[in-house]
Design a binder for this molecule. Structure first.
Ligand code: F6P
Length: 540
């Protein structure tokens, strides 16, 4: 048996033992638990003490990280080696947010000077738009940006905008992602094309949804402004020639390279809309926060490394305790899109069943992620979190200081975040419930029926993440934290976190079915799909 297999086996045995004891009991047994399991990284405070692992289990998890070669893989990632072998690419998003003067190379090719030049061009463009120096076709200032993109060309910028936007911004930023015409109709509604910049973001510039929406927006501009409307069209792509072919002027195309994965791309020119609408200084601060987390991830020993420990806590739940779902609950309305962002980051990166070497994985991989903003979710899925038949670990996030006023409401929000994490772990024993019901005067029969229903089993783990304020730096650190966590998990499972072959089949079939819906004679499909095509063609 290899060292790695042995490490997995020991971790699974530890998980079985963990299932038979309480997390609260670990605080009594391990007086240094909080100190050992809480850490500060790039301005974020991470508390992993409400996870089910003991000190010994953590040591086993760290052994696993050693045996899987996390340190060497981290070195290779930062060195720009081929981290994405199935596509023959490096994965060098860290180069995009590095301080000026850095020296990254992708597969041996120096990239930092090019990155800096693009960053400067983006900042200059953003400043020119914001100052009005670069204006619309009739000389009016741009008051709105419509960002068109999907997946990695959408989730990151949307999260950043929602997190950092002013309530009443000088330049409004709207997003179109879905090919559903309702999305473009809503996003364009009420905007004046003469004052609107359309930014089409697509790494490939071939994505069906994005191209359909780009055509709608281009027509919207041209119908109002004639060919002058093209001055309102900007493209961000790793395929600049395709963007040019679409009619975007050369000086309005911002590039990035194929070593930037879509879901890791918010730091590149994919963030242009945010750089304009929030200002280039805010965007630079976001990058600085990401770079601070990179330094931490690269330099901190595994035992005090936030992305590594967050990944190991997840793997302990996922693999040692067979928990296939995880909730992400930001107690911050401004971070309500974080779960959506993480769905792509984690599930597209690590939703794999084949290892990098082509063999089947030996362990279950990415958990399904779901979530939304607290406190809203307390009135939705928290019943199941507390008393459902499955244990669903959660990441709970909170921001100490709100920039949105109303400190009394903010304190209530924080109280709820802390209370839920505590309640999930501690629960409420049946004995305690019975005592309380008896005190209320219920009969023994009534207590027998009610007490089990009012009992909370507890031992539902959380990772608690606290930031002082939702600054651009803190947000950058947060996103980079989850990127590196996802990478570490990929290394533990032996999979390539940077490809996404699983999205291809549906795309190909959608192309065929599109022809079936539009064309003369539909092709062959399974009976259910054939019947659905017939209903849609016949207008049934
Ligand atoms: O969902 C599949 C995917 O390829 C993602 O990886 C990517 O972020 C998204 O589509 C959009 O791709 P593009 O930026 O090329 O339009």
């Amino acid at each position: 048996m290899s060292d790695l297999d042995a490490a997995w086996r020991r971790l699974r045995a530890a998980g079985a033992a963990a299932a038979a004891r309480s997390i609260s009991g670990l605080f009594e047994a391990e007086p240094d638990r909080l100190d050992r399991l809480s850490l500060q990284a790039a301005g974020l405070y991470l508390d992993l003490s409400k996870q089910p692992w003991s000190a010994k289990d953590l040591a086993l998890a760290l052994d696993l990280a050693q045996a899987a070669g996390v340190e060497a893989a981290r070195e290779r990632l930062f060195a720009g080696e081929t981290a994405n072998p199935s596509e023959g690419r490096a994965a060098l998003h860290m180069a995009l947010r590095a301080p000026r003067g850095a020296d990254f190379a992708a597969q041996g090719e120096p990239v930092s000077r090019e990155v800096e030049a693009t960053r400067e061009a983006m900042a200059a463009f953003a400043r020119a738009i914001r100052s009005g120096e670069r204006a619309g076709a009739d000389g009016r200032r741009f008051k709105a940006i419509v960002h068109i993109g999907i997946g990695g060309s959408d989730f990151g910028p949307r999260l950043v905008w929602e997190a950092l936007r002013a309530p009443d911004p000088d330049i409004e930023l709207r997003f179109i992602a879905n090919v559903d015409p309702a999305d473009s109709a809503q996003a364009l509604s009420g905007l004046d094309p003469a004052e609107t910049l359309v930014v089409v973001v697509s790494k490939t510039f071939t994505t069906q949804e994005t191209m359909a929406n780009a055509l709608i927006a281009r027509d919207w501009l041209r119908n109002a402004l004639g060919t002058d409307g093209d001055a309102h069209l900007v493209a961000v792509s790793a395929a600049p020639d395709v963007a040019k072919g679409f009619g975007v002027r050369g000086d309005q195309i911002f590039g990035f390279r194929d070593w930037v994965g879509g879901r890791y791309s918010v730091w590149s020119s994919v963030g242009l809309s945010c750089a304009i609408a929030l200002g280039p200084d805010v965007f630079e601060a976001l990058l600085a926060g990401g770079a601070a987390m990179d330094d931490h991830f690269r330099l901190a020993p595994l035992a005090s490394n936030a992305p590594v420990l967050l990944a190991l806590a997840h793997v302990f739940n996922r693999n040692a305790m067979d928990r296939p779902v995880r909730a992400v609950v930001p107690y911050a309305q401004r971070l309500r899109l974080l779960p959506n962002f993480l769905q792509q980051l984690e599930m597209e990166s690590n939703g794999k069943r084949t290892r990098t070497d082509g063999r089947p994985v030996t362990q279950a991989t990415a958990a399904a992620v779901f979530g939304d903003a607290g406190t809203n979710v307390q009135h939705a899925f928290f019943q199941l979190m507390h008393q459902g038949s499955d244990v669903i670990p959660a990441d709970i996030l909170a921001v100490a200081q709100s920039a949105d006023g109303h400190p009394a409401s903010q304190t209530k929000l924080l109280a709820n975040a802390l209370a839920q994490a505590e309640a999930l772990m501690v629960g409420r024993s049946e004995a305690e419930v019975r005592r309380s019901l008896a005190k209320d005067g219920l009969s023994a029969g009534e207590i027998d029926i009610l007490a089990p229903q009012k009992t909370f089993p507890g031992d539902r783990p959380t990772s608690f993440l606290l930031m002082e304020a939702l600054t651009p730096e803190a947000l950058g650190a947060l996103i980079a934290l989850y990127e590196h966590k996802t990478f570490v998990e990929g290394v533990l499972w032996g999979i390539n976190s940077f490809d996404q072959w699983g999205v291809e089949l549906g795309k190909t079939l959608a192309g065929h079915i599109l022809k079936d819906l539009e064309g003369e004679a539909p092709g062959a499909h399974d009976p259910s799909t054939t019947a659905l095509i017939a209903r849609l063609r016949d207008g049934a």
